[in-house]
Design a protein around this ligand. Structure first.
Ligand SMILES: Cc1cc2nc3c(=O)[nH]c(=O)nc-3n(C[C@H](O)[C@H](O)[C@H](O)COP(=O)(O)O)c2cc1C
Length: 481
């Protein structure tokens, strides 16, 4: 495990790197009520992962310096910077994935270092002084049920049995200046921890980082096994302990360079309506429901704080690129961990909202290999939750190239024999195809590999060979430019 000082645990250092890379755009005067979200979306739809990081300032009704940021890691360059990789590699997804996985392979958790000072303590609002609407909290989408302060955030809880601290990115809506409410999907570690307190009739202590640094944000959204704390994992990513402060009320740790941190407790008895919210599926799915109320009793924030935002919606959107990248890496890890040989590549596609359409490439070694890979991929992290289509292709197909994948489906799979449908899988109320309280879905594994018994005799691919392509390029340079 080597130390990587290029990975930032301070958002402002990261912004300086992004600005130097030419991808920071400052926007002045956009309103918190739908405008910031709309500017982000419209620009992203036009430019996709060439869209800049947007830093909104001078929000109407708020003092200059109270800022909102969208699209922190939403381009290959910004993700490379966030992960401390050579920005030169940002053009090549497969190379980036390999580099990242190399780092993850030697990853060893590094526990945080508890400190008593840090920029986030520049301002502290306590009890009656708490007003979470002092920040320009956006209504991100036109039909959202309210203002969401937590989107690109980290919700921190502690397991009452084991003491393990969990950090998860879960949406957090403002109920009023002193209360909030979060939607944590069933099965998520934060939900399991929270419910242990609530079912015992006790309030659940919570800290919510709503102005988050890149390293902690990457860790918070990562599905880790439930004995690893995300702070330790972030420390392992950077190779140095994350400096954390302990909250005055809960003792829960949070990064000392955070921009804005809320601290309080989740009520075992009171609920408030939560939702709807434009979600990663591309819909306002899930409607509005009562969720446990969160009383905010402390707010810690830096001078001129930055609220970090990530508004999901119909793909593509400003935080989908990194989502697909990180999930692809996570799925490769899971498949390798399951002991399956010769998995050559994985891509979790943006068009599938980063969950519902996944391609895995393999070098076929035995009968049933493709189906085995597909079935395992359909159930393990991070696709086990709300997966839908898993396509397994041969290693001459680039899984990141949707045209290549569809071509393989159309020419190497026969729906009658090569589609395996799995029922009663882990889903969510956000799943548009799930109704009622039974949160199951079905999914299909598509074996789009050449049938193993026909590998030697299958028709040859009609594509110019690498050698002939190089020859004609060299011979006719004017044509290729
Ligand atoms: C921007 C963003 C928003 C998210 N919002 C939610 C959410 O509202 N509820 C939820 O259950 N998961 C949400 N997730 C997914 C979780 O963060 C993710 O599954 C994570 O691994 C959960 O952490 P855990 O494994 O510690 O439970 C979101 C992820 C991202 C990147």
């Amino acid at each position: 495990m080597t130390r990587n000082d290029n990975i930032q645990t301070d958002l402002r250092e990261f912004l300086a790197q992004v600005e130097a890379g030419g991808e920071l755009q400052k926007v002045s005067g956009a309103h918190w009520d739908k405008e910031m979200g709309a500017v982000t979306e419209v620009l992203y739809r036009e430019k996709v992962d060439k869209s800049p990081l947007l830093l909104f300032d001078a929000v109407p009704g708020y003092a200059p310096g109270m800022r909102c940021l969208y699209g922190m890691l939403g381009s290959p360059l910004r993700l490379a910077l966030g992960l401390g990789m050579d920005p030169e590699k940002a053009g090549d997804r497969r190379a980036m994935l390999d580099l990242y996985r190399e780092r993850i392979k030697t990853h060893e958790p590094v526990p945080p270092r508890i400190v008593t000072t840090g920029p986030v303590l520049e301002n502290i609002d306590r009890d009656d002084d708490v007003d979470i609407l002092k920040f320009p909290v956006p209504v991100h989408h036109e039909l959202d049920g309210g203002r969401y302060i937590g989107t690109a955030c980290g919700v921190i809880t502690r397991d009452p049995d084991t003491g393990r601290v969990n950090v998860g990115t879960y949406r957090v809506q403002v109920a009023d200046g002193k209360t909030a409410v979060s939607y944590i999907s069933n099965g998520k570690q934060g939900r399991i921890q929270r419910d242990k307190y609530l079912s015992a009739g006790k309030p659940c202590p919570v800290v919510i980082v709503v102005g988050i640094d890149p390293a902690t944000y990457i860790a918070a959204r990562y599905t880790l096994s439930d004995n690893v704390c995300e702070f330790d994992w972030a420390g392992g990513l950077t190779g140095r302990p994350l400096e954390c402060i302990e909250g005055e009320l809960t003792g829960l740790p949070f990064p000392s360079h955070s921009e804005i941190v809320l601290e309080g407790e989740i009520s075992p008895t009171e609920t408030v309506p939560e939702g709807p919210f434009g979600e990663w599926t591309g819909y306002y799915a899930g409607g509005a429901r009562p969720e446990p109320k969160i009383d905010i009793k402390r707010v810690y924030y830096r001078d001129n704080p930055i609220l970090t935002c990530a508004a999901s919606q119909k793909p593509p959107h400003s935080h989908l690129f990194e989502r697909c990248f990180i999930r692809s890496a996570g799925l490769l890890d899971s498949l390798e961990g399951a002991g399956i040989p010769d998995v050559k590549g994985v891509w979790v596609h943006q068009a599938g909202s980063g969950r519902t359409f996944v391609a895995v490439s393999i070098k076929q070694r035995y009968y049933g290999h493709a189906n085995q890979v597909g079935i395992v991929a359909s159930q393990v992290n991070p696709i086990g939750y709300v997966g839908r289509y898993i396509v397994v292709v041969d290693d001459d197909i680039d899984p990141t190239d949707i045209n290549d994948v569809i071509w393989a489906m159309g020419t190497r799979s026969d729906p009658k024999t090569d589609f395996t449908i799995l029922d009663r899988n882990w889903s969510s109320r956000l799943d548009t195809m799930v109704t009622g309280d039974k949160l199951y879905n079905s999914r299909v594994v598509i074996d789009a590999c050449i049938p193993y018994e026909r590998i030697e005799t299958f028709p040859k691919v009609a594509q110019t060979s690498v050698e002939l392509a190089a020859e004609v390029r060299a011979k006719y340079p004017d044509v290729f430019g």
